[in-house]
Write a protein that binds this ligand. Structure first.
Ligand code: PEP
Ligand code: MN
Length: 338
């Protein structure tokens, strides 16, 4: 519910109403406007009738329902809010961060070489999976903690913050110890226990879109994380399953303007998983920036033919450097910067 305070309500009246809301077991999200203050009350929907009674409290003008089911991820209660993941690395600002790196961490040499190359080309964060969700149980499953250590060494060497996937709650404390951004993969977008668990950390979360999920379901998943108090969520469009087989997924770039209209959260685009083919990645990355995304994530491998996972969609360091050059002009054309 939204509690709209009267114009000129005193600070004391506002505080009293907030206390009353909290005593009913709700979280308060005040927005102090120039003209008046509104207070969002977030919690169990069954208590709506009790909140409605606040209309009789001093200083309150009216109590109205929040119309969208995603209250924090939506725009009724919260304005567009950038997410800072490391000093100077902000998603949702004028400058677009670029996340680059291999699908999987394979060795110390591989991750260091990739980190140095992508940094040289202008990437802002390093990606690399140490825990890999693979379709086949016989495929490489990731180097686990060894991989996390290698990522940390690459961060040490290059200064690039790390984005890495967490697949299950049991390793969340470990992954959170190493990661600057926790990635929730497409297959876990509706793993509600995992979403609640990352919501209890204070690490930024990159939430990938479920491969068969609507934008509405995706925002409800973001809401699970935010409802636990972690508001630092970055959405990542990575393609959805359609009848098309020429591409690995169908990259839904219309989700970008849709989310601009619907959500307080930044949205980035992953054209690597979105297309599945290295030759399609640069065009779709440029299209994503033109569509207004807040960052991109691209898979880069020093030798894609030898990659242990997703080699066919990985760019070489040279192709990535060329892409970065062209992205700078596209970003400038839409009033952004890379
Ligand atoms: C990945 O980023 O390597 C990955 C597994 O992505 P997704 O969850 O989108 O398939
Ligand atoms: Mn991958």
């Amino acid at each position: 519910m939204i509690i709209v305070m009267q114009k000129g309500a005193s600070r004391r009246e506002i505080d009293d109403v907030m206390k009353e809301i909290e005593s009913m077991g709700y979280q308060t999200h005040p927005i102090f406007g120039v003209e008046r203050t509104v207070i969002g009350a977030i919690g169990d929907e069954r208590g709506k009738a009790r909140l409605q009674q606040l209309e009789t409290s001093p200083g309150v003008e009216r109590v109205i329902p929040i119309l969208k089911p995603y209250k924090l991820a939506g725009l009724e209660l919260r304005k567009k809010t950038p997410v800072t993941v490391a000093p100077g690395v902000v998603f949702g600002g004028m400058k677009l961060p670029v996340i680059a790196g291999p699908c999987s961490v394979e060795s110390h040499e591989q991750i260091i070489a990739t980190a140095e190359a992508v940094k040289q080309a202008g990437a802002t964060l390093l990606r690399g999976g140490a825990y890999k969700p693979r379709t086949s149980p016989y495929s490489f499953q990731g180097l686990e903690e060894e991989g996390l250590k290698m990522l940390a060494a690459a961060r040490e060497k290059t200064g690039l913050p790390i984005v890495t996937e967490v697949m299950k709650e049991s390793v969340l404390p470990l992954v959170a110890d190493y990661a600057d951004v926790l990635q929730i993969g497409t297959r876990n977008m509706q793993n509600f226990d995992l979403l609640k668990a990352v919501g209890q950390t204070r690490k930024p979360v990159m939430l990938k879109r479920g491969l068969a999920s609507t934008v509405h379901e995706w925002l409800m998943s973001a809401e699970y994380i935010m409802a636990q108090g972690n508001l630092d969520v970055i959405l990542c469009e990575r393609g959805i399953r359609t009848f098309e087989t020429l591409t690995r997924n169908t990259l839904d770039l219309s989700a970008v303007p849709a989310l601009k209209q619907e959500s307080s959260l930044p949205v980035i685009v992953d054209p690597s998983h979105g297309t599945g083919h290295a030759s399609f990645v640069p065009d779709m990355a440029r299209a994503a920036v033109a569509a207004g995304c807040d960052g991109i994530m691209v898979e880069v491998h020093p030798d894609p033919h030898e990659a242990w996972s997703d080699g066919s969609q990985s760019l070489t360091p040279a192709a990535f450097a060329e892409l970065m050059d062209s992205l700078r002009s596209v970003a400038a054309a839409v009033g952004r910067e890379i």
